[in-house]
Ligand binder design. Structure first.
Ligand code: AMP
Length: 431
């Protein structure tokens, strides 16, 4: 059957057990973030377009060509959020907590939308997990945030990741660096694509996003941000490096790291996994000391990161712990009602297992044949083969106050009093 409706290009559906893997990773994440005093914020998926133009930056690829922007019924320009920091900052200012007690620690989970060319690890609807720490200008903020990030990555089984760091300095650094880049690249501009020429005129920093090898080779010997750092930024950066080394966080200096959003100041960082191919980062982040004020709030230093959850789960080594499965099979419709009660007893006896009743009451033969299929597919479905059972409830069992169970791994079948379920499943768990 050809489906009549297709999902929107670049969007995906998720099914079990993948959804369970996502939920498990998110549960671990929440625990780790909460343990450091971060609380969850949820902001709307829809914001006024102007918010992103002001924060992410007019000349960035995101604002220039990747946003899902449309007029609402009254002609106001709205945008599906392409990232979450702008929304968080807007919310924090609006609620008045930007002037409240500091530091303020927040995290979010949620879908983001960018009209990009879909390819491996790149989607039009993708999900990010992010954290924002407000009110700390000193390098302890970087240390706390990166320690938290690595605790999370470690808990997902990553061992060899390292963070690339750079400092982009202050607004003055950015201006001087942009100008130097422009001077360095202008003689070669004729070789560049129309788009890269536009970048060169509007905002040369954006050329770091270009995929053109001619641009990349010109950038290789271009001036570096660190040549333009002011004394305070320089000191800040070396303290960040020292704190990260003390915390045992593997990090590498990357003088060419200039992140794709306009609001960064001083520290920027990125974690790239080799498993994702050439240039795909699992996460990125940085300090944005001027953003709160430029969006109408008080002067408030801040730093944050956003993890691309789709990519993270694609490469994270952790496996979902397998679950037990118990299929409660009524012999026919007459046993169905009692089977529902029996399922409750089994759930209490076998916590952590999925207990399903054959609601269609198709009889033992069909029920067991489905059980066999599920056993065959146990690995793909996330079941633990040593904890897979069918529990049969027929007229004979009912009369005797008994049940029959079948161990799907061994095929062994045994009838015993229903009151023995807790002991039997307890023993089943030990094997
Ligand atoms: P950014 O908000 O651009 O700093 O991106 C932070 C992280 O989000 C990146 O490192 C990616 O892991 C992820 N990300 C960004 N864009 C996409 C996309 N189109 N599809 C999947 N993940 C993305």
């Amino acid at each position: 059957m050809t489906p009549r409706y297709r999902p929107v290009k670049g969007t995906r559906d998720f099914f079990p057990p993948e959804t369970e893997r996502w939920a498990a990773a998110e549960a671990v994440c929440r625990e780790i973030f909460r343990a450091r005093g971060f609380g969850e914020i949820r902001t709307p998926i829809l914001e006024h377009t102007e918010l992103f133009a002001r924060s992410v930056g007019e000349t960035t690829d995101i604002v220039h060509k990747e946003m899902y922007t449309f007029p609402d019924r009254r002609g106001r320009s709205l945008t599906l959020r392409p990232e979450n920091t702008a929304g968080v900052v807007r919310a924090v200012i609006e609620k008045g907590i930007a002037t409240g007690p500091m530091p303020l620690r927040l995290y979010y989970f949620g879908p983001q939308f960018r009209y990009e060319r879909p390819q491996a690890g790149r989607y039009r609807e993708f999900r990010q997990i992010g954290a924002e720490l407000f009110g700390v200008a000193g390098p302890a903020a970087e240390a706390e945030l990166l320690e938290m990030l690595f605790a999370f990555l470690k808990s997902l089984g990553f061992v060899n990741l390292s963070v690339s760091v750079n400092s982009v300095g202050t607004a003055a650094t950015r201006a001087a660096f942009s100008e130097a880049l422009r001077r360095h690249l202008e003689p070669a501009a004729a070789e560049f694509s129309e788009e890269d020429q536009r970048r060169l005129t509007e905002n040369p920093l954006r050329l770091f996003e270009s995929k053109d090898p001619a641009v990349a080779s010109r950038l290789a010997d271009a001036p570096k941000t660190r040549d333009f750092l002011d004394e305070d930024s320089r000191r800040h950066h070396s303290e960040v490096r020292r704190l990260l080394a003390d915390a045992g966080i593997p990090c590498e200096e990357d003088p060419a790291l200039v992140r794709g959003l306009d609001y960064y100041t001083r520290t920027v960082f990125e974690v790239v996994s080799k498993d994702l191919g050439a240039q795909d980062a699992i996460l990125g982040g940085g300090r944005y000391d001027n953003l709160v004020e430029s969006l109408g709030g008080p002067p408030l230093p801040a730093i944050g990161f956003a993890i691309g959850e789709d990519r993270l789960l694609q490469v994270a080594p952790f496996l979902l712990p397998a679950r037990g499965l118990v299929l409660v099979l009524p012999q026919g419709p007459e046993q169905l009602q009692d089977a529902l009660l029996l399922a409750g007893e089994v759930r209490r006896a076998a916590p952590g297992s999925s207990v399903e009743v054959d609601l269609l009451a198709r009889g033992f033969k069909k029920g067991l044949s489905r059980a066999g299929l599920l056993y065959e597919e146990a690995a793909a479905r996330g079941y633990d083969r040593d904890r897979m059972f069918a529990v049969l409830l027929g007229a004979d069992e009912k009369a005797a106050g008994a049940v029959t169970w079948k161990n799907l791994a061994t095929g062994d079948q045994e009838t015993f009093p229903r009151s023995e379920l807790p002991r039997r499943f307890g023993a089943g768990r030990e094997t």
